[in-house]
Ligand binder design. Structure first.
Ligand code: HEM
Length: 429
């Protein structure tokens, strides 16, 4: 199979617009097959359903696979459903960013005293965010079913490159065993009869259902855990930004409590939070959009042959100096605050066709609002309640650029570093 690589932002827009002859579903179906869904279930998932079926409205007569995308959008785009998820995130973070909770849950802490704790940052961010995502989406029931789920997910997700390279099974037990355990826990979760009636009505059994939901579990958890790690890492290695972040988010709090979470989400009130978020995604993202060419298609004046794949590597676009400005490899949040005075990159950089941290078009990440909310809420709360200091003088961790991921990069083995948290003595207002 040939991979056509699209390197120009203009041509990538043509790729995203074309939903007739460039198919994303084929890529998803490949993942479903790799993770254990049968061909029968894939056919059922992608067969058109009646437009008057009961349950989630289906005026266009879409398949369940396509409807699932629409359900995610319904749940995750701004509106009351998102607000209720954001509330759950905020409550969870508030209860779990306390010295007591950290002492109780961080079995991997390097040291604990009654007034301080030292933790490896990558491990902590991963453990914390997977527990958060799991709890907010699946509730206490799944926490109770699978107490080791978060550890299993971490092991699986760090080895996901073996799945993406389709390693033979005898070389990838270390990746597939934790995956099997996660799917088994999800199966147990879905054995409660009233869950996912729409899928049951189509004859999808518990095993297949668990594999389908495993993809959602993965999407929720894989990228946020790494984004919060890189964001914190950039702040910790740039203390002036860290202090400015703390100051800027301060008005959203009363004492230790976050009373106005949406203050932090407003770029007009918190321009640095916004800029740090974008700059972290720019530097840490390693994803690409992939489509199958289902009929010969012309993109950028070139013919792409049916049966081959086309790919838009986002990172290439994100390192274009002509768009994002000088010092393209440096962490420089100010590039996002430019006023378009000619000296810096233009204002509204986030509207540029070169900016694709969440993909684009119909398959653009539906979780992007929740991801931003969760990561920025955690960081603001952590900085409000704790002094966070590096232990020793660790080098900036290296990103694992050599191994494929579906979004944000991992770190190279051995590059995790430790921070010490001590409660803030006094918090004004
Ligand atoms: C910073 C964190 C995140 C990043 C960088 C990220 C990135 C991405 C990317 C690059 C895609 C593929 C888009 C394409 O190929 O066109 C994607 C898809 C998706 N993401 Fe995210 N994501 C993040 C967080 C989340 C969260 C928290 C959720 C769920 C709550 C989520 C749910 C999804 C779903 C459901 C899809 C599939 C979209 C579809 O096919 O309709 N993501 N994400």
């Amino acid at each position: 199979m040939t991979f056509y690589v699209v390197t120009s932002a203009k041509h990538s827009a043509e790729v995203y617009r074309n939903t007739n002859t460039l198919s994303f579903e084929n890529f998803v179906q490949g993942l479903m097959r790799t993770n254990g869904n049968t061909d029968r279930v894939i056919r059922v998932m992608y067969a058109a359903l009646p437009n008057n079926k009961p349950g989630f409205p289906n005026p266009q007569g879409d398949s369940l696979g396509v409807l699932a995308q629409k359900m995610h959008i319904h749940q995750l785009h701004p509106g009351e459903n998102l607000v209720s998820l954001q509330k759950a995130v905020q409550v969870w973070i508030s209860g779990n960013v306390t010295m007591r909770a950290l002492q109780e849950t961080c079995s991997f802490a390097k040291s604990k005293t009654p007034s301080s704790i030292e933790m490896p940052v990558y491990q902590w961010c991963s453990n914390y965010f997977v527990r958060l995502g799991q709890h907010v989406y699946f509730g206490q029931t799944l926490d109770d079913i699978g107490p080791t789920l978060t550890d299993d997910f971490f092991v699986f997700d760090e080895l996901i490159w073996k799945m993406l390279y389709q390693y033979p099974s005898f070389l990838s037990h270390d990746m597939s065993r934790p995956r099997t355990r996660i799917i088994a826990s999800l199966k147990q979760y879905f054995q409660a009869p009233r869950r996912n009636g729409e899928m049951r009505a189509l004859g999808i059994d518990d095993e297949d259902l668990a594999v389908l939901v495993f993809h959602l579990y993965f999407a929720i958890n894989t990228n946020t855990r790494k984004t919060v790690f890189w964001l914190l890492t950039y702040l910790l290695h740039n203390p002036s930004y860290l202090e400015a972040y703390r100051q800027e988010t301060g008005p959203a709090f009363q004492g230790h409590d976050l009373v106005d979470p949406h203050y932090i989400q407003d770029p007009a009130k918190c321009p640095l939070v916004d800029a740090v978020w974008n700059e972290t995604l720019r530097l840490s993202g390693w994803s690409a959009s992939v489509r199958l060419v289902t009929r010969d298609t012309v993109i950028g004046g070139k013919r792409l042959r049916a049966g081959h794949r086309v790919m838009v590597p986002h990172r290439l676009l994100h390192f274009d100096e002509a768009v994002f400005g000088a010092d393209i490899h440096a962490f420089w949040p100010e590039r996002w605050m430019a006023k378009g005075d000619g000296e810096h990159p233009p204002a509204n950089l986030t509207r540029s066709p070169s900016w694709r941290p969440f993909g684009a078009g119909k398959t653009m990440c539906s979780g992007r609002f929740l991801a931003r909310f969760s990561v920025t809420t955690l960081v603001a709360t952590l900085l409000r309640r704790f002094n966070v200091e590096l232990v020793g003088s660790p080098k900036f961790p290296r990103a694992d650029e050599g191994r494929p991921v579906l979004g944000i990069m991992s770190i190279k083995e051995g590059d995790d570093f430790t921070v010490r948290l001590t409660p803030m003595e006094s918090v004004s207002n």
